[in-house]
Design a protein around this ligand. Structure first.
Ligand SMILES: [Zn+2]
Ligand SMILES: [Zn+2]
Length: 342
């Protein structure tokens, strides 16, 4: 089978790997769609030296496909099932594994698929049976791929923020996670302010239900948000950029008694706790992806409310065009980019 491996400095190779064979408790998934995530760009752009052992690992952590082969003792899925992969393994014994939060497992069995084990940018992926989450007929494979990281991450963050129709929600950064935050927030009834310097991404955000958008290169986004909200600030804010200055802007544009959530990874942050957080009674959340249970909940919600999640997907490629796909995505103007298989 083919698999996409990052080789350093925004280069990749499509390599041949042996087809996987399932051991006890394992499942082979035939990939039908695999999403590109903002967090892929860090390893994609890093040097071969920084990649180290990842030079041997197939990339991709938003896999979605069909179960084609079962190992011994697999009872929770069957051949032919449409599934999303929750891309983490764990000990299956600790409190986190038992509640579907495998990524929080502190044991040696904890692995992230797509960086610590082979991921989804391949014709097949070998996973543990408990990583499979059922995908309804009403959700397409590419929507399933989007949910499996970027959109799921946004959903869980909005859950932490307890977003509702009473809120103005400001979302900083309109890459795949931020755009999903805008889209889902609007479907939860909030009035969403989308912040992004890239005009294509602001346009996408407006098409996905943003109430207003802000170009932070043209105006001070914090002042603009206070202006748009009668001087109060946003009820809830989400940072999907991971950039220190933007995080601070997100927190400073949150109203007194409001809620702010950070999902963008990496970097640092400089705040003055008294004026920025304490004297404004803020609730500040960090949110890292989602559990298997939340992944299933989001898939159910999308089907039951008939939410057109496909509208966040802007570019589709076949795996042999991986180089082109990553180059485009790395340019920072797209919505969700996916690989699809027939
Ligand atoms: Zn991701
Ligand atoms: Zn565990």
């Amino acid at each position: 089978m083919r698999g996409v491996v990052f080789t350093g400095e925004s280069k990749l190779e499509i390599k041949e790997f042996p087809d996987p064979a399932p051991g006890p408790g394992q499942v082979v998934v035939k990939m039908r769609s695999s999403g590109l995530c903002g967090s892929d760009l860090r390893p994609y752009r890093s040097t071969a030296e920084q990649l180290g052992p990842r030079l041997q690992i197939i990339s991709g952590h938003e896999p979605c496909g069909e179960v084609v082969e079962l190992g011994q003792d697999v009872t929770n899925v069957k051949v032919g099932d449409r599934i999303m992969v929750h891309h983490y393994s764990g000990c299956q014994m600790c409190e986190f594994c038992q509640t579907g939060w495998t990524q929080l497992c502190q044991s040696e069995y904890q692995k992230v698929y797509g960086s610590g084990a082979h991921g989804g940018n391949a014709d097949y992926e070998l996973v543990e049976d408990y990583m499979c989450v059922q995908l309804h007929e009403g959700v397409s494979f590419e929507e399933g791929a989007a949910i499996s990281c970027g959109t799921g991450t946004a959903y869980q963050a909005l859950r932490r923020l307890d977003v509702s129709g009473r809120d103005v929600l400001a979302v900083f950064g309109q890459g795949p996670v931020g755009l999903s935050g805008t889209f889902l927030g609007a479907h939860m009834g909030a009035r969403v302010i989308a912040v992004d310097p890239v005009p294509e991404r602001r346009k996408l955000a407006e098409d996905c239900g943003a109430w207003k958008s802000i170009d932070p290169n043209a105006v001070n986004p914090v002042e603009a948000i206070y202006e748009m909200t009668g001087g109060r600030g946003a009820d809830a804010t989400l940072d999907a950029t991971g950039i220190g200055e933007v995080r601070a802007n997100a927190i400073r544009s949150t109203r007194i008694w409001g809620r702010a959530c950070l999902v963008g990874e990496g970097g640092t942050m400089n705040l003055e706790p008294s004026p920025d957080i304490i004297h404004r009674q803020l609730s500040l959340f960090g949110s890292w992806t989602f559990s298997t249970v939340i992944l299933q909940e989001l898939a159910n919600w999308i089907v039951e409310r008939d939410i057109p999640l496909h509208s966040i997907i802007t570019d589709r490629f076949t795996l042999d065009k991986a180089e082109e796909a990553f180059k485009l995505f790395s340019g920072g103007t797209t919505g969700k980019v996916v690989f699809n298989w027939d």
